[in-house]
Design a protein around this ligand. Structure first.
Ligand code: PRX
Length: 690
């Protein structure tokens, strides 16, 4: 009754073509997984799954493509609408040659996403169900809220926001760590039609100020300090500095509502500006626990979330209400095969899109029980995640490959000391998951029992675009598998021609889906230029992708990270995956560097498994690994030993910094303040010539 697992899966993309009999699966014939490098869901899993066979997936996908309006309006009808949308479910222009890009779903429909997350669930009898389990940085600090309690807290804050003059359409900046107050704040904004802009609480004062200047919020929500692992971070001081910067730019914020996070600091140690700063606990509990919702149009903005582009200042990605609501709820339900008894934990921070769509909105629209974790996965030790899984009986665990790889470096006993019996489905997001991390996650964490939903999507897409449906398809480690309902991915060549069948190219999407972003705040032209002009007629994701013979999609990383060596295009993710499959390599990051002869050379930063010493032999065997798995043209020119890699607090490797180190432009490292651990940069510089 376990998923059958194949150890000998060859690496992408060269091995992908070997799998040729998937049509047999589609036809319901049995095929030997050992010969086909496929990982099958068990019969038990599939039989209880929402989508339990390739046929069922294909029928649903076909219907979603042939009749998107019918498909999505059927699902939308399960939510509460004060007034139904107009005759046209979807109206779009996806082609810059035909005029301005515009996307509208359920226009004319009047609803409220907070109402659908909370009131609707309470009315359906889920009032006493746990909405949130909160686990603090330290083991013994925790809390929880039922759906009724959450609704009351959201209403109190919403009433306060209205009282201080926040109105429908006003921006509110939220700069909070993973306290329960973060989702509460998002939901309170949504309740009154205010547009939240959550800024990840690892951003510096300058970055925060930049966002404040762009969206001009009425109010900012923060807390005085937070503990992350052993460190205390004084967030209020960062907000003070940011507000100084923004006021010099003519943008002043009237109110700074500050949650007193007494587990991290004291009120006495918090700098205060009377008239502007208000303690959350002093005012919010005085407000009524019910609050009328502001009914909004499906196309009214819900939130702004700033994300980095390859050039220029951060882009304010704007999502609207109705389509986003329907899309996040539906993707959550199917990609994780959600059941009402599940306990779901997504390790992402609400400062990123994953925390918006899959900590707050998607799960709560389904009435799910969500774990919110304030701390870091290796505090006090590498077993913390599995300790939390056991404590709350987590059944769906959604995380990033980087976390998997960092935990893989430690002794397996940190995993095996914990039961993990409650786990049912695992998830991965944020970057391609290399097959060796996939296997460790699958075999060790999930005891070869839990399918992995490797979800490909972006801040811009709002929700999952390419993702396994865990009971439907056999998986291939490292592939995000197939498009979600209503999504038509296409792979195009440099000229923008669609390529059919087995191929590699630029990943685009044809036609809109309900969760798509509608514009870049204040810059519709940049929206069109960045996403719709590179390949006219399509949304361009910025990612490279290949599709194998069986139609599985394999993401190869951002095309801005592609390296061109002697005319060969090499995905950094491919080289990294090869290096990471070396038994002594814990993690690798690859960047391109200028090379006199080849144009670009491959420069690899390699983190070794704990305790393994650096050596020339090891260097050679790592290079050989890449030569063997991809080809001689992909062999790294340089291996740079890396005790750690520069990562943002959300776990993304900052290649910008690696490129500068690789090219020895050390004075141009730029802002390293958003790194989880800025000291890794000095360590790397010290090892540059080792
Ligand atoms: O390159 C892809 C990668 O992350 C990018 C989107 O980043 P962001 O907007 O920050 O959103 C991250 C969370 C959705 C994509 O362009 N990416 C995300 N998920 C995957 C992925 N690459 C491969 N596989 C994934 N599952």
């Amino acid at each position: 009754n376990h998923l059958r697992h194949v150890e000998s899966m060859s690496l992408l993309p060269s091995g992908a073509g070997k799998i040729s009999q998937l049509n047999a699966v589609v036809l319901g014939e049995s095929i030997a997984s050992e010969e086909n490098d496929l990982v099958f869901p068990s019969k038990e899993f599939s039989s209880q799954a929402l989508v339990s066979s390739p046929q069922q997936y294909m029928e649903m996908h076909k219907r979603s493509m042939e009749d998107p309006a019918g498909f999505w309006s059927g699902i939308a009808s399960e939510f509460y609408w004060k007034q139904k949308w107009g005759d046209q479910v979807v109206s779009e222009n996806f082609d810059v040659r035909k005029g301005p890009i515009h996307i509208e779903w359920f226009k004319g429909g009047i609803t409220n996403i907070c109402y659908n997350c909370l009131d609707r669930n309470v009315e359906a009898g889920l009032g006493d169900k746990t909405a949130m389990f909160w686990e603090g940085n330290e083991r013994d600090v925790d809390a929880s809220l039922t759906y009724s309690q959450l609704l009351q807290q959201v209403c109190q804050l919403a009433n306060y926001l209205k009282d201080v003059g926040v109105k429908k359409g006003d921006a509110v900046v939220i700069y909070l760590p993973m306290l329960m107050e973060l989702p509460i704040a998002m939901l309170a904004c949504a309740r009154i039609g205010a547009v939240h802009s959550v800024v990840f609480a690892g951003f510096s004062a300058d970055s925060l100020a930049q966002r404040i200047i762009d969206c001009k919020p009425k109010l900012i929500l923060t807390c005085n300090a937070v503990k992350r692992g052993p460190k205390t971070i004084n967030l209020k001081a960062i907000v003070d500095a940011a507000l100084d910067i923004s006021s010099k730019d003519g943008v002043s914020v009237d109110v700074c509502l500050t949650y007193d996070n007494s587990s991290a600091t004291t009120r006495e140690n918090t700098k205060w500006q009377n008239g502007r700063d208000v303690w959350w606990q002093d005012v919010i509990p005085k407000y009524p626990t019910s609050c009328e919702v502001e009914w909004v149009d499906a196309e009214d903005p819900l939130f702004l979330l700033y994300t980095s582009g390859s050039t220029g200042k951060p882009k304010g990605v704007l999502h609207t209400t109705g389509g986003y609501m329907v899309y996040t709820a539906t993707t959550f339900k199917y990609a994780f095969d959600y059941k009402s008894t599940d306990v779901y934990w997504c390790t992402a921070d609400c400062g990123w899109i994953t925390g918006h769509s899959y900590v707050t909105y998607g799960p709560m629209l389904n009435g799910a029980t969500v774990v919110v974790f304030e701390g870091t996965p290796n505090h006090p030790d590498s077993g913390r995640c599995w300790e939390i899984v056991d404590k709350y009986k987590v059944s769906i665990f959604y995380t990033a490959p980087t976390l998997v790889r960092s935990l893989m470096r430690d002794d397996d006993k940190f995993v095996t000391n914990h039961s993990r019996k409650s786990l049912r489905v695992l998830g991965s997001v944020g970057e391609p998951i290399n097959p060796s991390a996939w296997r460790w996650f699958f075999n060790l964490v999930g005891d070869s029992r839990c399918p992995i939903s490797d979800t490909w999507w972006q801040t811009e897409t709002g929700g999952f675009m390419i993702t396994p449906l865990p009971g439907a398809w056999p998986q291939k480690p490292g592939s995000a598998t197939f498009p979600f309902f209503g999504v038509q991915p296409v792979i195009v060549d440099e000229k923008g021609n669609e390529i059919e069948g087995e191929c590699s190219g630029f990943l685009c999407v044809k036609g809109s889906w309900p969760g798509a972003f509608r514009t870049l705040f204040g810059d519709h032209e940049r929206y069109e230029t960045t996403y719709f002009k590179p390949f006219a007629g399509y949304y361009f994701s910025g990612d490279g992708c290949s599709r194998d013979k069986d139609g599985y999609y394999w993401l190869t990383g951002r095309v801005d990270d592609v390296i061109n060596v002697s005319g060969h295009r090499i995905g950094t993710a491919e080289v990294e995956s090869a290096l990471a499959s070396h038994p002594q390599c814990a993690e690798a990051a690859v960047v391109g560097v200028e090379h006199e002869v080849k144009g670009q050379g491959i420069y690899a930063f390699v983190t070794l498994v704990e305790g393994v010493p650096y050596s020339e032999e090891l260097r050679k065997s790592l290079v050989l690994m890449v030569r063997n798995q991809i080809g001689a043209f992909a062999a790294p020119d340089r291996i740079h030993w890396a005790p750690g890699l520069p990562k943002t607090r959300s776990g993304k490797i900052m290649r910008r910094i690696l490129r500068k180190i690789a090219s020895r432009q050390l004075e141009e490292l730029g802002d390293i303040s958003t790194l989880a651990d800025p000291s890794v940069v000095d360590q790397l510089i010290a090892l540059a010539d080792v």
